[in-house]
Write a protein that binds this ligand. Structure first.
Ligand SMILES: [Mn+2]
Length: 290
């Protein structure tokens, strides 16, 4: 049987055998119904893999969502960087799979290479484009990375630039328009004021990533949305929608957790509760493969 599984999936077997050589230390764990993490950026120097490893070793759950940018394919493409700490994070997630944790991976823009594998299951990890998570108290939450809304944000930036330019031109046109209207005996009307309000409202509306994401969830009749991408953990009500962002493991070291009653909260992992049981000196950049 072992031989067959080796033939079917050699990399997984390799990981399992490696894992068996270094069994994790028994640690006190806190149990959650669900854990959401994103923007880990494994393969990038800024990734706080030690902190995440500590969090994963001391927090268990029924379902673990990996909400995108778990592996930073962009950084790896520039320069190969895969220290032992980053490997440990992957092994810890696989250990959770073995323990019976349901693991769902929603790829982000930095690990978009995995989007080609959506709908498949690798080593017990479901890879999906998006997911609808139902909380213990029945809330239906859309789970997406969030980069889908970059277009909207980009458009907003462009619109803001255009707005600034248009406002300057409008001030000039306004003077001419004012002169014409006065000659015709019409009351004063400010084109620049009108544009200022129109553009400001449009920019304010679309440049809010959070609102754009929440709107997407609302338009689909869902109760909320869980995303990452902007590295800013948050829980807030936007209109009828609960907006949840699980933050990141590059700067803030945050996760979103759900308890058995469906209560959701942000966990900020301040400092490792214990020194990770591996040699930190191994964590050096590997040579760039030929
Ligand atoms: Mn992202």
């Amino acid at each position: 049987m072992a031989r067959i599984s080796w033939l079917v999936s050699p990399p997984v077997t390799a990981l399992v055998s490696r894992r068996n050589t270094a069994p994790p230390q028994p640690r006190a764990t806190k149990f959650h119904r669900t854990i959401f993490i994103s923007d880990v950026h494994l393969g990038m120097r800024g990734c706080k893999a030690d902190m995440l490893l500590d969090f994963l070793q001391t927090n268990s759950c029924h379902t673990l969502y990996l909400v995108g940018d778990i592996v930073d394919g962009w950084a790896l493409k520039r320069r190969w960087f895969w220290p032992e700490a980053h490997n440990r994070v992957v092994l810890e997630i696989l250990r959770k799979v073995d323990e019976g944790t349901q693991v769902v991976f929603v790829p982000g823009n930095h690990d978009e290479f995995a989007r080609g594998f959506c709908g498949r299951n690798y080593s017990g990890i479901d890879v999906v484009r998006e997911y609808i998570h139902e909380t213990a108290d029945g809330k239906r939450l859309l789970v997406i990375h969030g980069d889908q809304f970059d277009g909207v944000i980009e458009f907003a930036r462009w619109l803001a630039h255009l707005g600034a330019w248009a406002y300057d031109r409008a001030l000039q046109i306004n003077e001419i328009l004012h002169g014409i209207r006065r000659a015709l005996g019409l009351p004063y009307w400010s084109l620049s004021n009108y544009l200022k309000h129109a553009v400001k409202n449009a920019v304010e509306y679309v440049c809010r990533f959070e609102e754009a994401v929440a709107h997407a969830a609302e338009s689909r009749g869902l109760d909320g949305v869980v995303c990452g991408h902007i590295h800013q953990a948050a829980i807030r009500q936007i209109g009828n929608v609960l907006y949840l962002n699980d933050g990141d493991w590059v700067e803030s070291c945050t996760a979103l957790v759900e308890d058995a009653r469906g209560h959701l909260e942000i966990v900020r992992w301040a400092a490792p509760t214990a020194t990770p049981a591996y040699d930190r000196s191994i964590g050096q950049a590997a040579p760039v493969p030929a």
